[in-house]
Design a protein around this ligand. Sequence first.
Ligand SMILES: Nc1ccn([C@@H]2O[C@H](COP(=O)(O)OP(=O)(O)OP(=O)(O)O)[C@@H](O)[C@H]2O)c(=O)n1
Ligand SMILES: C[C@](O)(CO)[C@H](O)COP(=O)(O)O
Length: 235
Amino acid sequence: MNTATDPADARSGGRVVALVPAAGQGTRLGEGVPKAFVTLRGRTLLQWSVDGLLDSGVVDRVIVIVPPDRVAAVGADLPDGVDVVAGGTERTDSVRAGITAAGDADLLLVHDAARALTPPRLIARVVAELRAGREAVVPALPVADTIKSVDLLGVVTGTPERSELRAVQTPQGFDAALLRRAYDTTDVVTTDDAGLVERTGARVRTIAGEPLAFKITTPLDLALARALTDPDTNE
Ligand SMILES: Nc1ccn([C@@H]2O[C@H](COP(=O)(O)OP(=O)(O)OP(=O)(O)O)[C@@H](O)[C@H]2O)c(=O)n1
Ligand SMILES: C[C@](O)(CO)[C@H](O)COP(=O)(O)O
């Protein structure tokens, strides 16, 4: 009898661990405090993101990855059952620390603290796709602008066909063994986790993203998030 667990079976009934990289500096936001600790209606962006994951009802455990000097303080502020580990220099270093802390999870979500207003329904849709058998799932939206590639002098070198481009969001969801393998087999720094998984040859599927899952990166993004959560303008 073959007693080996089929990876697809593990995905359909497996344990979901969400990793929340929150160890960045927030240089482009320029608030003078690491971005995940900027507040929106009295809660940090990190707390908004963790609450969204918990509200989705599809996550069994949350691990947040924060600047090393904030581990103790963050641990005291988050709900019971949320674990905190120290991040690294690059986002990939922080996610790697989270993967190690996640142990034997079956499914891993990686979700930016900076996407604080992500609707819980998007998180649930990513997990549903994984449970249906997908091994790598990424929310994505069509791009509105025309995108150019340029050289070091800013001279245009090409115009990719816009209809084939997507702006990808988080949470990005993976079969845990696949994400571990992707991180184990390369030290390349990529700007998203699917970028590493693609290098393994695995098939990464996009699903429809959500405008509200936008990443708070610049002061304009933060102003938008504040307006969207202002009770006076949203009666
Ligand atoms: N070394 C890093 C860098 C980024 N992140 C996290 O990855 C997410 C996406 O990164 P980004 O929006 O670029 O955040 P920052 O790196 O903080 O922004 P900036 O590049 O403007 O400094 C954020 O939640 C950020 O905290 C992380 O955990 N560890
Ligand atoms: C992971 C990500 O949010 C997908 O869009 C994005 O690539 C993070 O990039 P950043 O430069 O670290 O914000």
